[in-house]
Design a protein around this ligand. Structure first.
Ligand code: SF4
Ligand code: SF4
Length: 169
């Protein structure tokens, strides 16, 4: 048979617990309703990378390989190519013809972003990377490039192509 003191202590404990519950019920809800609604990220969140473009729509990446050199797990693969007089993809002498990131190895440390001299590579807020097939975790430049803004083409035609003489003349 519980004593009166034990009954009072039990009632006090229940009242204390209910007080916490009621207080939390009155606070704003912090839980995201994902996947019912898009999650909210802090600005500093390091998600899927974005290869940025400049105001003309050209790729900011000039294929200097500094991000690749800074990556502690060597998951960035780049093949450089020269811009030509006829077509320019970036603002520098070269551009990345191939730019792959292997997300089965990336640890989202941000070293590549810190190393980039042109702010070409940044972290976005993409996070839905899970896959049962690791080969799909190698993201190509085309998947990482920022979308073109209205009125830009992503390529500058500098010199008009030289017209070749018709055959037989
Ligand atoms: S975030 Fe880190 S691990 Fe991922 S690609 Fe950049 S440097 Fe490499
Ligand atoms: S993303 Fe930046 S650091 Fe990496 S190759 Fe391009 S310009 Fe260089």
């Amino acid at each position: 048979m519980p004593t009166i003191n034990e009954i009072l202590a039990g009632a006090a404990a229940i009242a204390k617990g209910m007080g916490v519950t009621v207080k939390e019920m009155l606070n704003p809800v912090l839980t995201d309703d994902y996947p019912g609604a898009p999650p909210k990220f802090q600005q500093r969140y390091r998600g899927l990378h974005v290869l940025q473009r400049d105001e003309n729509g050209l790729e900011k990446c000039v294929a200097c390989f500094l991000c690749s050199a800074a990556c502690p797990v060597q998951c960035i693969y780049i093949e450089a190519a020269d811009n030509t007089g006829q077509a320019r993809m970036s603002g520098g002498e070269r551009y990345a013809a191939v730019y792959n990131i292997d997300y089965s190895r990336c640890i989202f440390c941000g070293y590549c972003v810190e190393a980039c001299p042109t702010d070409a590579i940044t972290h976005g807020h993409g996070f839905e990377l899970a896959s049962y097939n690791t080969s799909t975790l190698i993201y190509r430049k085309e998947q990482l490039l920022a979308p073109l803004s209205a009125g830009t083409s992503g390529e500058l035609q500098l010199d008009p192509p030289v017209a070749s003489a018709p055959a037989g003349h």
